[in-house]
Design a protein around this ligand. Structure first.
Ligand code: DX5
Ligand code: ZN
Length: 225
């Protein structure tokens, strides 16, 4: 089972960072019932990004529910030296890890360590990094996450320069390597992002910040279908 099996077409990946943590299991179940196949789990270490967010202990408490519902957990590691945590994420039920271009010295070695634990691999890159550099460094990954915000917090405004960056990335990547977008994704930009070549749409606030998260998810899924 690999990323290309999980993302059968365009997929909306709700970002649990924006969920109501007092009702986390309930919100996940609602999303599973609505058809979500990939959940996005954001870990921040307070160094690579300012906030400390959620980690393997929370992951462990939700991974069975998510797997029983037929979905997958991608762990976006906004951390320095992400490889130090791979084992903990794998044990807690993570299915893939996304590491940052800016946080790793030896990306091929990092990818290898993730694969050795049976994890899928994504490469994320920040708005300051060129699509050329990210594409060249993504050999050996399943997908590339183009950040459309400065990573750290949910609820930031989408940076429109992400659109040409994604178009360029699509030109540079082999067709089987998927493109994910993360940050400020919502109804107002999802269709254009799909046209630019996005396969996986991370959506935090636009789903969980909505009065009706299920309806918000369904509307986004319809928009990019
Ligand atoms: C923040 C995280 C994002 C965040 C997205 O740096 O990487 O995944 O949860 O949240 P929204 O969709 O609200 O921008
Ligand atoms: Zn993220």
């Amino acid at each position: 089972m690999s990323w290309s099996d999980w993302a059968r077409g365009p997929e909306i990946a709700p970002s649990l960072y924006a969920a109501d943590f007092a009702r986390l299991g309930e919100q996940i179940q609602e999303m599973l019932d609505a058809g979500v196949r990939i959940f996005h789990f954001d870990t921040g270490d307070g160094h690579f990004v300012p906030p400390v967010t959620i980690g393997p202990i929370v992951l462990e408490s939700i991974s069975k529910l998510i797997h029983d519902g037929g979905a997958h957990l991608d762990c976006h590691l906004m951390v320095e030296q992400p490889e130090r945590h791979f084992e903990a994420f794998a044990k807690a039920g993570g299915d893939s890890v996304t590491v940052h271009y800016e946080a790793c010295d030896d990306l091929p070695a990092v990818y290898e360590q993730a694969r050795a634990l049976g994890l899928g691999v994504g490469l994320a890159f920040n708005p300051e990094t060129s699509p050329e550099d990210a594409a060249a460094a993504s050999e050996g990954t399943d997908f590339v996450n183009c950040m459309s915000i400065h990573p750290g917090y949910s609820g930031q405004a989408f940076m429109p320069e992400a659109l040409p960056r994604i178009r360029r990335l699509r030109e540079l990547l082999p067709p089987e390597r998927l493109i994910e977008v993360d940050g400020g994704v919502g109804e107002e930009n999802a269709r254009e992002l799909r046209g630019a070549g996005v396969d996986v749409f991370v959506a935090g606030t636009s789903v969980f910040g909505h009065d009706d998260p299920v309806q918000a998810y369904r509307r986004l899924a319809d928009l990019v279908a």
